[in-house]
Design a protein around this ligand. Structure first.
Ligand SMILES: [Zn+2]
Length: 175
């Protein structure tokens, strides 16, 4: 199944990105950079839960982890899809190493929306920790701001859908 051939999944991805964008647009601009990333998760029933990161020097939780906790507190089903978006128009952000490990351990069957060259696309959480010799984490900042949190790139299987996907291309760019 790919996003290009599954219109329902594509609609779900768009819905989830929009939900995260709504949250990130509401984050307070207090200058302290406490909340800079929003996340949205969708469970297998289609229910959406959101969260924002809690920035702190002790290692405050990433937005994805907050959203996962919010979903659990609401009694959600298994998570089917997750996305994180940055403030100040940064768009979809890839999960950091910690978030990738959490997703792999706790929600291995979910898909993760990641930024692509032209547009976001989703990959299985399982593929995010696969390594390929000679590859490194993209320079694009991850959800917690670390650019080299894992030293790993996502799988070669994690490629964007062909052109013609209905995912909005405007959401795919980060700074
Ligand atoms: Zn993270």
């Amino acid at each position: 199944m790919t996003t290009a051939t599954d219109p329902l999944l594509t609609a779900a991805e768009r819905r989830l990105i929009d939900a995260a964008l709504e949250v990130v647009a509401r984050l307070p601009e207090d200058g302290a950079y406490l909340h800079t990333v929003a996340s949205a998760v969708m469970d297998v029933h289609g229910d959406v839960h959101t969260g924002a990161n809690v920035g702190h020097f002790t290692g405050g939780p990433c937005a994805e982890l907050v959203a996962l906790g919010t979903a659990a507190a609401a009694g959600s089903g298994p998570i089917a899809l997750i996305v994180a978006v940055g403030d100040e128009g940064r768009g979809v952000m890839p999960p950091c190493g910690r978030c990738r490990q959490v997703l792999l351990d706790q929600q291995p069957d979910c898909r993760v929306i990641v930024p692509g060259d032209d547009r976001p696309y989703s990959v299985p959480a399982r593929d995010l920790l696969r390594t390929r010799p000679g590859t490194r984490t993209p320079t694009r900042r991850a959800c917690c701001g670390s650019a080299r949190s894992t030293g790993r790139a996502w799988s070669t299987a994690a490629r964007p859908p062909p052109r013609g996907s209905t995912i909005r291309p405007s959401q795919g760019r980060s700074r």
